[in-house]
Ligand binder design. Structure first.
Ligand code: TEU
Length: 542
């Protein structure tokens, strides 16, 4: 396994529109991020992943791009973007951008041309099909709508969209389109960015056969279709291999064996991936399932491909709420989850606010929510005659807005995020949970993250060490080792609300061991076998 900077890095994801508003318009912006770079650097972060900021009608908060060569006015302008990149590099950090090339906005000039007539030169830059028996070409659902086909009356054909109606898919079969995307990628790499997070990159190739799906609610037919690896290897040849760029693919619906095809270093496609077995198969915490997923990916990628570790992002609710305990044990639970993410094999990702234990949110009505995925689903279900309040309640836990409420900087109005009216409400718990309070408290989640990140930076074993799960069948305790060059790290986690007895394995009982990091006060030896609720410990065994 070759050593690489992006394997040793810790990545901080910035959903800029909720991060810090420097001009009072109620949206975060790039200038606001620049003002907070020292805060991010102080955590020990190496790489920043910035969500899309290109010109967009914002139907899907920037994931519907109408101009790939621009900066949307809410975020700033190209001069501010260049300053942003420079300020990050001045602090010896790197920045990767979101590459959204499976689809554009329906307001993109390319689509406006493509839809204008059947013989427009850009018609084939998108995917058009004739009606079938007067209806959609097939029964496929998509992520944000009941059908992945939308009729365009002007030419009496349907266009294909994997997400919202406002997000038509690009036709990657078209070499002219592909070359246009490669040109755009070089434009941004030449501006000094250090790589890309690639949005649903395994959806670029579509099924050859548009016949009906047996089970249209299992939308995995949108992904991993023939041709995808040819496109990614071509992208690598045409662009990526010419730069020292980090690439992380967002790759839903893959097994470890399929995932390896995207990140096997010998295949020259992507460096690493986000798979979604946890997010898609664990609506709430299931320790055994999580361990099995970790083991399958460790064995599946071992030695040939590189994983990423994350439990939340701008699409998935905050980890301490969804997978931990955001009530009585919020601080201990946040620290336990972080201990796991920063000591398991793969590059760890910190989503803004996770480092201070920000929680999910519960607003009063659907009008308080912005997420197109949630709003579309709400209206679709209510249109079927279901009780609106029941539908609303059913969508709360997994609404993407849980993780999109403004960053909580202090206990001033609007949590210090904006001097104006925020685009989405602030989580009411900002008076207790905010950066200012965290920085004043040496026992805060923030300083615990800082310790974890520096431990990983100072010890290659945390990056490249062998992983071994010592208790694969325990549904509360997670105990594993990372071994590298004669040093073994032992991680002991009690992911439960109860105290639990735990006796170190015989092999470690009499070894020289040192408790390096823990989320409870140091224990005397007599108590060592008793784990408190959500207690996490990292021992160095030498
Ligand atoms: O998300 C893709 C997406 O919604 C799925 O991968 C989902 O996150 C996964 O299956 C886990 O449930 C990306 C962006 O992150 C998202 O914000 C955009 O809305 C979407 O693509 C369309 O660009």
């Amino acid at each position: 396994m070759k050593k690489k900077w992006w394997k040793e890095a810790v990545v901080y994801q910035i959903y800029w529109r909720s991060f810090y508003d420097s001009d009072g318009d109620g949206y975060g912006d790039l200038k606001g991020v620049i003002e907070k770079l020292d805060y991010i650097k102080s955590l020990g972060i190496d790489v920043i992943w910035l969500n899309p900021f290109y010109e967009s009608p914002d139907r899907d908060n920037g994931y519907d791009i109408s101009d790939y060569y621009s900066v949307m006015e809410k975020a700033g302008d190209m001069a501010i973007f260049q300053e942003f990149v420079q300020e990050i590099h001045n602090r010896e950090m790197k920045v990767i951008m979101d590459l959204v090339v499976n689809h554009t906005s329906d307001q993109h000039p390319w689509f406006q041309e493509s839809r204008s007539s059947k013989d427009n030169p850009k018609r084939d830059w998108y995917i058009w099909e004739d009606p079938k028996e007067g209806k959609e070409p097939n029964n496929w659902r998509c992520y944000f709508a009941p059908s992945c086909w939308e009729l365009d009356p002007r030419t009496e054909q349907y266009y294909y969209h994997s997400f919202a109606v406002e997000q038509p898919d690009l036709n990657w079969k078209n070499p002219e389109l592909r070359n246009e995307i490669y040109k755009m990628m070089r434009f941004w790499l030449d501006k000094g960015i250090d790589g890309f997070r690639m949005d649903v990159i395994n959806l670029l190739a579509k099924r050859e056969d548009f016949s009906d799906a047996e089970n249209p609610s299992d939308i995995s037919y949108l992904a991993n279709n023939p041709g995808i690896h040819d496109y990614l290897q071509e992208m690598n040849r045409e662009v990526l291999q010419h730069y020292d760029a980090m690439t992380v693919g967002e790759i839903p619906f893959v097994t470890p064996q399929e995932g390896l095809l995207y990140v096997d270093e010998e295949r020259n496609e992507l460096n690493t991936l986000f798979h979604f077995q946890v997010a898609d198969e664990m609506p709430t915490w299931d320790m055994i399932r999580f361990k099995r997923i970790q083991a399958s990916w460790y064995d599946g990628l071992k030695g040939k491909g590189w994983n990423s570790q994350f439990l939340n992002n701008h699409d998935h609710t905050r980890q301490v709420t969804r997978y931990g305990n955001d009530g009585k044990y919020r601080v201990q639970s946040a620290k336990l989850l972080a201990t796991m993410i920063h000591t398991l094999p793969g590059t760890p990702y910190v989503y803004q606010g996770e480092e201070i234990g920000m929680t999910g949110v519960r607003f009063d009505s659907i009008e308080d929510y912005n997420d197109i995925a949630m709003r579309n689903k709400y209206h679709e279900e209510v249109a079927k005659g279901r009780d609106p309040q029941e539908v609303f309640e059913s969508l709360l836990l997994l609404s993407r807005d849980n993780s999109r409420t403004p960053m909580q900087w202090n206990d001033a109005p609007q949590a210090g995020f904006t001097g104006g009216e925020p685009w989405i409400k602030v989580n009411p718990n900002f008076k207790e949970i905010n950066v200012e309070a965290a920085l004043k408290d040496q026992d805060s989640i923030f300083y615990y993250y800082k310790k974890l990140i520096s431990l990983r930076k100072e010890n290659e074993g945390m990056v490249y060490g062998e992983y071994h799960d010592l208790l694969p069948d325990d549904k509360n305790l997670y105990v594993y080792t990372r071994s590298y060059n004669e040093v073994t790290w032992l991680v002991v986690l009690n992911h439960s609300d109860e105290q639990r007895e735990y006796t170190l394995p015989e092999e470690f009982q009499h070894a020289e061991k040192q408790l390096i990091i823990g989320n409870y006060e140091l224990k005397t030896n007599s108590e060592e076998s008793l784990l408190d609720p959500h207690e996490a410990r990292i021992y160095k065994i030498s």
